[in-house]
Ligand binder design. Structure first.
Ligand SMILES: Nc1nc2c(ncn2[C@@H]2O[C@H](COP(=O)(O)OP(=O)(O)O)[C@@H](O)[C@H]2O)c(=O)[nH]1
Ligand SMILES: [Mg+2]
Length: 635
């Protein structure tokens, strides 16, 4: 079955509710209060079965100017509008205002009913029809059918039905892709069922049994049952008027204006960027900003408006701060009203729900806030900088379901505009710039410090891409290394072609330290034995270099040994292992010819390089006695 959601619109008392009743047999003014006062206050709902296949779901709105807020909530999410004008009164203030609101909300289709035709003669009806045509000129209803009807005599009702049927045939049902999003327009307790909310499902799908989240607030519950057109269903796709029976949630947890969604999908926001179109009657002072009432879906909030600039097409680029959290996604249509005296000021489209905090709000940055999902994602990656973005936060920000968001990201990747590292995404140009800056910095470092083997990973990280997460930085460096640009040695990074250049006196010092430690064997003195006080500064980088070359090894506890000496020790141990697979400290002291003071750190070093393994008071020798040869097992 196909459903078309049609909202009524028009001035109070023009016969909207009476027409819905005449068409459907259901009185949309069901509430006692409404009956008593004879005016619509809350939204009313009634279905019209055109035939076995097609159902029109009417959302009947109040016409009173005090309830325009409810009208906006009712008009949000409709597929078409039924504009009602009483033939005996003609165009009235809320006729205009409702028409403006529907235009601003992006309603594209509708039917115009000239009601109470039984009260006027045909000449007067003609005059009112002309006046109405004039009002509709240039609006989305310019070519809509204009039908004279009477709820009292039933005249014209069949024509209205067939006009709605026409809209049906031109109408394409919404895609149910996307995040589940139900803006609540009614919330009540039904005896025997508990909390029930209704709304027009704006996107995605709802399913019986599904866990849901209520935003703002984040309360959780479960869908106990779903109804569409008074029938129980297992699931509901976007575009349907839906009643949801919720488990684990009170009526107060899900008031009108709340959004029912699935877990961890949509975002709440207190600040957005938007494109705004002001109505001609809006005061010019608004361009300097001010207090407004923001309406989107069934929700509304007090907001502060700031105009940032104007777009090519004359629309305004603006920023809105909300007094409370709102559930919004790029592309949402909204209405701005003036708090007092109440009046509709304009409306527009949400562009960005996580806009950057920039002092200089350049029009360029704004213009980039594209609604096109691929461009939008590209822009957000760019803004993410070297910190990158994780896919799920991007998807929420764009209001896109995971599969859909992933598709766009992969497309950007294929175009060479994005890079994926683990679960994070980066703009390609940002990534490339970080690479360029790294290579540049290394080059500079090598020039400045020719005796240094390389720059520490962390120093480079802080200098060129501080915001990049640690694990991504590791990936970043290994990618650069595998591309042959850099060399990674322990904690240090060097350009691939980098060779340490030593001045003659530095070479001499290096040789002295090297040979000094080699000759000192397993009982080496401290560095100061080989280095004079004046040479101390120069010795630091040289020791580092000797360490990076493996000529020196700093063992546990900080003492320096010569690499070859340690190699010889390993060789002795290996031979020892032919007779005994274990060795105790006393035997080790004797084998190595070292004091106890040196024996323990040396054994710990051997443990850490997995030449030995501690077993109680003994060491198990892990070196293979059959292997022979020299060389370090590991470093
Ligand atoms: N004579 C006549 N009266 C009508 C017609 N439609 C509505 N009315 C009356 O006009 C009044 C307002 O109608 P209602 O549907 O509540 O207007 P709404 O405020 O636009 O919903 C009611 O007293 C209706 O009985 C009609 O076609 N002919
Ligand atoms: Mg009414």
């Amino acid at each position: 079955m196909a459903f078309l959601v049609v909202g009524t619109a028009g001035h109070i008392d023009h016969g909207k509710s009476a027409l819905v009743l005449a068409l459907t047999g259901v009185d949309p003014d069901r509430l006692k209060e409404e009956k008593r006062r004879g005016i619509t206050i809350e939204l009313g709902f009634a279905d019209l079965e055109l035939d076995d296949e097609r159902v029109v779901s009417f959302v009947d709105v109040p016409g009173h100017e005090r309830f325009v807020r409810h009208m906006v909530a009712g008009a949000a999410g409709v597929d078409a509008v039924l504009l009602v004008v009483a033939a005996d009164q003609g165009v009235q203030p809320q006729t205009r205002e409702h028409l403006e609101i529907c235009s601003l909300l992006g309603v594209r289709r509708g039917v115009v009913a000239l009601t109470k035709s039984d009260l006027v003669d045909s000449d007067l009806a003609e005059v009112v029809a002309l006046e109405l045509r004039e009002l509709l000129e240039g609006t989305f209803l310019e070519h809509a059918p204009l039908i004279q009807v009477s709820a009292k005599t039933g005249a014209g009702l069949e024509q209205v039905k067939s006009a709605l049927g026409e809209i049906f045939s031109a109408f394409k049902e919404r895609s149910a892709d996307g995040l589940a999003r139900l803006p609540v327009d009614r919330s009540f307790v039904l005896r025997g069922f508990g909390t029930v909310v209704t709304g027009t499902l704006a996107s995605g799908r709802l399913q019986e049994g599904q866990e849901v989240e209520i935003l703002p607030g984040g309360k959780r519950g479960r869908i106990r049952g779903l109804q569409v057109h008074r029938s129980t269903v297992q699931q509901v796709p976007a575009g349907r008027r839906t009643a949801v029976n919720l488990q684990g949630l009170d009526c107060d947890d899900v008031p009108r204006g709340a959004t029912v969604t699935t877990r961890d999908s949509l975002l709440v926001t207190r600040r957005i960027w938007a494109r705004l179109t002001l109505l001609p009657q809006a005061p010019q002072s608004l361009l300097k900003g001010g207090s407004v009432r923001f309406h989107q879906g069934t929700a509304d909030a007090a907001a502060r408006l700031r105009v940032l600039g104007s777009a090519d097409d004359g629309a305004l680029q603006c920023e809105l701060y909300f007094r409370r959290e709102m559930v919004l996604t790029p592309g949402d249509r909204f209405i701005l009203r003036r708090p007092a005296p109440v009046d509709t000021l304009g409306g527009g489209v949400v562009m960005d729900v996580r806009p950057p905090r920039v002092k200089q709000r350049s029009a360029a940055a704004f213009g980039l806030s594209a609604l096109d999902p691929e461009e939008g994602l590209g822009l957000r990656l760019l803004r993410g900088g070297v910190a990158g973005r994780d896919a799920s936060s991007l998807q929420s920000e764009m209001g896109r379901a995971a599969a859909e968001g992933e598709r766009y990201l992969v497309s950007l990747e294929e175009q060479g505009r994005a890079i994926r590292v683990g679960s994070r995404w980066f703009d390609r140009s940002v990534w490339d710039e970080a690479k360029r800056a790294s290579l540049e910095l290394l080059k500079q470092f090598h020039t400045d410090k020719p005796t240094h083997g390389g720059l520490s990973r962390e120093a480079l990280h802080v200098a060129v891409a501080k915001e990049m997460p640690q694990e991504t930085w590791r990936d970043f460096l290994s990618r650069l290394a595998s591309e042959g640009e850099i060399r990674l040695a322990g904690d240090e990074v060097a350009l691939t072609g980098h060779e340490v250049i030593l001045a003659p006196e530095e070479s001499a010092l290096s040789r002295r330290i090297d040979e000094g430690f080699k000759n000192a064997g397993l009982n080496p003195p401290g560095l100061e034995e080989f280095v004079s006080a004046t040479e101390r500064d120069a010795a630091g980088p040289i020791v580092k270099l000797l360490l990076s070359e493996g000529k020196l090894v700093r063992i546990h506890g900080g003492r320096l040994f010569h690499g070859e000496v340690l190699g010889q020790l390993r060789e002795k141990l290996r031979r020892y292992a032919a007779d005994s697979s274990t060795i105790d400290v006393a035997a080790f002291k004797e084998l190595a010819g070292v004091t106890r003071k040196n024996a323990i750190p040396l054994l710990e070093q051997l443990d850490s390089e997995r030449s030995t393994r501690r077993k109680g008071n003994l060491r198990e020798i892990l070196l293979d006695p059959a292997a022979g040869g020299s060389g370090a097992e590991s470093s």
